[in-house]
Write a protein that binds this ligand. Sequence first.
Ligand SMILES: Cc1cc2nc3c(=O)[nH]c(=O)nc-3n(C[C@H](O)[C@H](O)[C@H](O)COP(=O)(O)OP(=O)(O)OC[C@H]3O[C@@H](n4cnc5c(N)ncnc54)[C@H](O)[C@@H]3O)c2cc1C
Length: 270
Amino acid sequence: MKEKFLALGGKIETNCEVLDLEIEDKEVKKAVCSNGKTFTADYFIAAIDANFFYEKLLKGKYPDPQFQKRFENPEDYPVPSELRISIGYEGVPNNIPRTIRFPVSSPFKINGNIIDRLQLTNYDYEPDFSPEGKTLFSVTINQFNSDYDAWDELYNNKGNYRKEKDRIGEEVVKAIETRFPEMKGKLKVLDIATPKTFERYCNSYRGGIIAFSPTLKGKSMDHSGYVRGLKNIQLSGQWLQGTGGLPPALITGKASIMRICKKEKLEFVQ
Ligand SMILES: Cc1cc2nc3c(=O)[nH]c(=O)nc-3n(C[C@H](O)[C@H](O)[C@H](O)COP(=O)(O)OP(=O)(O)OC[C@H]3O[C@@H](n4cnc5c(N)ncnc54)[C@H](O)[C@@H]3O)c2cc1C
């Protein structure tokens, strides 16, 4: 997809966070980035987090009823997040599959919830992920609505936030060493990402790794991406459909381009 885009004359700028949109006469005139770069365009497609888009980029001036309803009610419209603990192993496991879920012999708590099983991903099939003779593992622990609130509060005290991450890292290493005694003393925590990490790096709403989860009271999302009151900008991506994920991200991206083609009376070429 990237090759095709470049071959057609497209340009890609990375590490270029858009922090402001200059709006005049119901049109976005300019996107202003954190590195000082600015971009003008006939049309803008915001393929980013929906909350960041409405609240930060549009400064809450173009509220959308479908999204407002969801942002104001995280109980019925929660977004799932996770803790991702990356661990280096000084060795190559020969007896564990790509993904394994195992019981924790001494369960521990995170935000009051008991963690008695862990899921470990073994990346020994990825030669570029670790030096020869060593292996990268990751352990993921699902995080939900109340977890985000707890991490958000803890984040106000960086020392305590760090300590809690370290404690979880130690518990996870202990659990792996108990399940796989041959790994004792050979595991090192490399990094721990919390919902606050996803929020900080990706501007993701409540640290979400995918869009709104289905609940009994929550309704499925189906949004066009148009912004009421603005003529030349659309939201695109996972937040517009169902519970998000890669398929809606692709489909809504295609729909955004098709709408521009229609407006410009251009043929949409697959
Ligand atoms: C660990 C994990 C596992 C997953 N597993 C699956 C799976 O198995 N199946 C599935 O369908 N989905 C899965 N997902 C979800 C899937 O990755 C997302 O639904 C999908 O990436 C959403 O695509 P998107 O283009 O809408 O948004 P994103 O992929 O979030 O892309 C948005 C981009 O915008 C950038 N950005 C944010 N703010 C700005 C700004 N102000 N200026 C410029 N750029 C900005 C972000 O850095 C990001 O690169 C998983 C996600 C995670 C984290």
